[in-house]
Design a protein around this ligand. Structure first.
Ligand code: 8YV
Length: 329
């Protein structure tokens, strides 16, 4: 029997019970039962003690935070696919590995993207609010008319795993697929999706009926949908974001919506979550969700499994499968 002490794994937020229980069995684990988001001092304190930290999107692990890492901290096993809350360069400089949970939230996030496309184009939230508030006086031929999505053009910004999953679903709704990506995607996938590649994002935006943001937030994609680019979109177009708020210049988007230069927006993510401009909340042609694109129990369990696999591989001296390499970002 090995007497090697188990590594101290500190989890910053409440995870599903099954995930936490397995972590307790495998590692020396500290949980956050209250799920209260830690303040900076609490996060730094945990960084100083942990061998492995399991952060989420709500923990900002920047260079200053990484300065507080104790000598034992060797792995940030993030619970989530996006890693823009972690300063990857600073982590790697300190010899701290970063892992994430890719793949397991692809379908759920793509489903939510379709739900948002339908919600904004078919005015679901407005209709629901009307019924719920008792304001519905009965059917009328011209009440709550939305727009048909069949036959429309969808421009996907970022054709990675989630972008392709959105495309597959959208095809089932009779939508034609267009995309912009740093690199043109595999010809087989392009053929399967009958997708049109646009090297120029500007050219694509000017021609789409619906635009879906599916790229990660990196220094290169910050405000990719800038004021100038939003102005290229057609006034009847909808924009949907299930990626990261920072990819869209949010004040510029609000201005475009207020000026009627866009038909609507459906947003699951925001630039300064959970803060949202009150003016955005007043608009009827905007659907607002609280960052719940991947929020299924099944997905959260699978994310937890990925985190455990990554920690276990690392502590057993193997290479964790979901290492995030700095050069990808
Ligand atoms: C997660 C997400 O819920 O994984 C991501 O990148 O944006 C979300 O779907 C969240 O990040 C968990 O940390």
């Amino acid at each position: 029997m090995s007497t090697r002490p188990k590594p101290l794994v500190i989890v910053t937020r409440k995870l599903p019970d099954a995930v936490e229980t397995r972590m307790m069995e495998l590692f020396r684990t500290e949980l956050n039962d209250s799920d209260r988001q830690w303040d900076r001092a609490e996060l730094l304190e945990a960084m100083g003690r942990a061998d492995v930290l399991v952060p989420t999107v709500t923990d900002r692990i920047d260079a200053e935070c990484l300065e507080a890492a104790g000598p034992g901290l060797k792995l940030l096993a993030s619970f989530g696919a996006g890693v823009d809350h972690i300063d990857l360069a600073a982590a790697h400089e300190r010899g701290i590995m970063v892992t994430n949970t890719p793949g397991v939230l692809t379908g759920d996030t793509a489903d939510m993207t379709m739900a948002l496309i339908l919600s904004v184009s078919r005015r679901l939230i407005e209709g629901e609010r009307l019924v719920r508030t008792g304001g519905w006086l009965g059917w009328a031929p011209t009440a709550l008319l939305g727009h048909r999505i069949y036959g429309k053009r969808l421009g996907i910004v970022g054709m990675g795993r989630i972008g392709a999953a959105v495309a597959r679903r959208a095809r089932g709704f009779g939508i034609s697929i267009h995309y912009h990506n740093r690199r043109r995607t595999d010809p087989d996938i392009e053929a399967e999706l009958e997708a049109t590649y646009w090297e120029s994002l500007d050219q694509m935006l000017a021609r789409m009926d619906i635009v879906s943001i599916n790229c990660p937030h990196t220094p290169a994609t910050y405000h990719l949908l800038s004021r100038r680019r939003l102005a290229l979109m057609k006034p009847h177009a909808y924009i949907v974001n299930t990626s990261r708020g920072e990819v869209i210049d949010e004040p510029a988007l609000l201005e475009a919506l207020l000026a009627g230069r866009l038909a609507g927006a459906a947003l699951d993510v925001f630039e300064r979550e959970p803060a949202i401009d009150p003016k955005l909340r007043e608009l009827d042609n905007v659907v607002l969700l609280p960052h719940m694109g991947s929020a299924t129990l099944e997905g959260r369990l699978e994310m937890g499994e990925r985190v455990i696999v990554n920690i276990k591989a690392f502590t057993d001296g193997h290479r964790p499968p979901d290492r995030v390499l700095e050069q990808f970002f």
